[in-house]
Design a protein around this ligand. Structure first.
Ligand code: 4NP
Length: 161
């Protein structure tokens, strides 16, 4: 179960990984597309960020972008950003990709969870694909797609009157 919105009728989700060029950008793009298809996009804010600031302002990793593109998603608008505590405080739900990202976020809030806590095949980490081969990006996308389906249903429920 995801936490209720702070403001009725709106929901804001932040997706967080390490570099914000692979995992959380892929989840960001897929979630925004699925929310659009579900007719929820105008009531939901989605953003992603990294716990590290190394790639701020850069587009997605080309392998992440190619994987999204091959599956019909548009990766071109992403630019990496750094997650700061002040920025995260505005979100109803913050989803970390792995346990390190979760620990870096400080924990202790019911609004901060692991992304794959919502995976029907989870829970677990979304493994970091940065140092691996192209298979890793396909694996991440499969996790993201099935988890996003659950997340969209839960957001729909949280927004229902
Ligand atoms: P991400 O992957 O956290 O899924 O964006 C990584 C991106 C960059 C690095 C590590 C992981 N890096 O070491 O630069």
């Amino acid at each position: 179960m995801i936490p209720p919105p702070r403001r009725p009728g709106r929901y804001a989700v932040a997706l967080v990984c390490l570099g914000n060029i692979c995992r959380s950008p892929m989840a960001d793009v897929v979630l925004q597309q699925r929310l659009l298809e579900a007719g929820l996009a105008d009531r939901v804010t989605v953003a992603s960020a990294g716990t590290a600031d190394w790639h701020v302002g850069k587009p997605m990793d080309p392998r992440a972008a190619a994987t999204l593109d091959a599956h019909g998603f548009d990766p071109t608008r992403h630019r990496a950003r750094h997650s700061t505590p002040t920025w995260l405080a505005d979100f109803d739900l913050v989803l970390a990709m792995d346990a390190d990202n979760l620990a870096d976020l400080g924990g202790g809030s019911e609004r901060v969870m692991l992304f794959r806590d919502l995976d029907p095949d989870g829970p677990g980490a979304v493994p970091d694909p940065y140092y691996g081969g192209d298979d890793g990006f396909e694996e991440v996308l499969a996790m993201v797609e099935r988890t996003t389906a659950v997340l969209v249903r839960e957001i729909g429920g949280a927004l229902a009157p």
